[in-house]
Design a protein around this ligand. Structure first.
Ligand code: PGA
Length: 252
């Protein structure tokens, strides 16, 4: 039985003050939630405020990115050790916006993943096809390649905290969502890749989230699909009520 996980990816929205306001409004709405784990990934500058505002709750805080090195002359970068030091439990790795605008490759995703695991962070690794790839019938091939490279040189034991998010790029921020069936098909491909890398047992326990225009209106249909173990939510996570409704939709 895989526990649902619902993660907020705020992208480049909100200041520390906005993060505190969010927490004050959100916490009362989810105080009775036991069915799912909740993680919020705000911008770096909001992390200390978020950790403080969520102190004593079971809600985790995560970074949206990191470099694989722990320190050094890397202007503008943040290390896994720094994320740990401010109280992060999770980190998003390989988000499609990082791949699309900031030159991330399957190889850098692998380096980041290994480094996050070594630092004791729970990585949420994002994979997904672009529209042309889906239309050309290449979805399975793309997902297999992304996983194959991301998961290389990681042992089954090391992979224990790993979480994967399937985020079809054409569904991110576009209002278009994959149908629950489409997402479930992709999740089966990802689980099969995880089985090749880490064995059947680890793959069976692997949580695979769906991301891409998850909203209060579609969250239940998506999360009631057996293959979908939760959601990575962008735009729908910025408003406390909207995100709390999505969290509640994972309960059945
Ligand atoms: P969206 O973003 O929910 O705004 O589509 C999801 C994501 O990019 O993680």
């Amino acid at each position: 039985m895989r526990r649902k996980l619902i993660a907020a990816n705020w992208k480049m929205y909100k200041t520390p003050e906005g993060a505190r306001e969010f927490a004050a409004a959100f916490l009362p709405l989810v105080k009775n939630v036991h069915h799912a784990e909740i993680v919020v990934c705000p911008p770096f500058v909001c992390l200390p405020a978020m950790v403080e505002a969520l102190h004593g709750t079971r809600i985790g805080v995560g970074g949206q990115n990191m470099l694989w090195e722990n320190e050094g002359a890397y202007t503008g970068e943040i290390s896994p050790g720094m994320l740990r030091a401010v109280g992060c439990s999770h980190v998003i790795i390989g988000h499609s916006e990082r791949r699309q605008y900031f030159g991330e490759t399957d190889d850098t995703v692998n380096r980041k993943l290994r480094s996050a695991l070594a630092a004791g962070l729970q990585p949420i690794v994002c994979v997904g096809e672009v529209l042309q790839e889906r239309e050309a019938g290449l979805t399975e091939e793309v997902l297999a390649r992304q996983c194959n490279i991301a998961f290389s040189e990681i042992s089954t034991l090391e992979a224990a905290p790993l979480i994967v998010a399937y985020e079809p790029v054409w569904a991110i921020g576009t209002g278009k969502t994959a149908t629950p069936e489409m997402a479930a098909d992709a999740h089966r491909v990802l689980r099969a890749e995880a089985a090749k890398a880490f064995g059947d047992e680890r793959a069976a326990n692997l949580r695979i989230l769906y991301g891409g225009s998850v909203k209060p209106e579609n969250a239940k249909a998506l999360m009631s699909e057996r293959e979908i173990d939760g959601a990575l939510v962008g735009g729908g996570s910025l408003d406390p009520k909207s995100f709390a409704t999505i969290v509640a939709a994972g309960d059945f």
